[in-house]
Design a protein around this ligand. Structure first.
Ligand code: PGA
Length: 249
């Protein structure tokens, strides 16, 4: 399965700085695309502006959230239909920052997942345990609940395993920890979805940096990485996207 590298810009980037970053990335991305899929998820305000540039370079356009309804009286919200209309192909759902700051629930995320699919978007659903669950050895039960409650039985999108203690902390999970979690998650997914083991893409996210990207991307069962902070510099994002590939000079 081709691996996927997603850059989650979060709430960063203005017209000029976002365009410069996207230009720098796209100008050097072509060799990577022979082996991996690349998605950039800028803030909503830059989606329409960056769509033509990314599409010319076969880089996919991602959004960082969508509403569960296609339209209506929801001031300030953006629907999956609106995203699809702009050329968005992927949407990150259930990110831990949205769960924390917007009180998103598993049930609400599930509705968004269904709506995204209905409008042709590929959902990238984030799950992950916090430090407490990890210390109390409750991580697997927590992750299983997130899978069961967030993913409808017909789910065919992407899962992103993002341990909360690793996001934005500079401390990524070790390749050994990622491998054992991914083995667990592939099993939990195949039980919940009643499909073959490993048929789904499961990404790792949380403080991925160019230095450790090759070892993370070499982990068995890893479908790619979701990159936050390090996606805000073209050099570090490209370093991650190219990690472990033997690219022609
Ligand atoms: P980080 O963020 O790479 O800055 O840890 C990852 C994410 O939140 O998706």
């Amino acid at each position: 399965m081709r691996q996927m590298i997603i850059g989650n810009w979060k709430m960063h980037g203005l017209l000029e700085s976002g365009t410069d970053l996207a230009r720098e990335i796209t100008s050097a991305i072509e060799p990577v695309l022979a082996a991996r899929d690349v998605v950039l998820a800028p803030p909503f305000t830059l989606l329409g502006h960056l769509a033509p540039l990314l599409s010319r370079h076969a880089v996919r356009l991602g959004a960082q959230d969508c509403h569960a309804e296609p339209e209506g009286a929801y001031t300030g919200d953006i629907s999956a239909v609106m995203l699809a209309d702009l050329g968005v192909s992927h949407v990150i759902l259930g990110h831990s920052e949205r769960r924390e700051h917007h009180h998103e629930t598993n049930a609400g995320i599930r509705k968004k997942v269904q709506r995204a699919r209905e409008h042709g978007l590929c959902p990238v659903v984030c799950i992950g345990e916090g430090a407490h669950q990890r210390e109390d050895k409750r991580a697997e039960a927590w992750l299983t609940t997130q899978i069961v409650e967030c993913l409808p039985p017909e789910f065919d999108g992407i899962l992103a395993y993002e341990p909360i203690w690793a996001i934005g902390t500079g401390v990524a999970a070790t390749p050994e920890d990622i491998e054992s979690r991914l083995t667990f998650l592939h099993g939990a997914l195949s039980r919940h979805l009643e499909t073959d083991d490993k048929s789904h893409r499961v990404l790792y996210g949380g403080s991925v940096k160019p230095e450790d990207a090759a070892s993370i991307l070499a982990v068995s069962g890893v479908g790619g990485v979701l990159v936050g902070g390090a996606s805000l510099s073209a050099k570090s994002f490209l370093g991650i996207a190219q990690a472990g590939l033997s690219l022609a000079p």
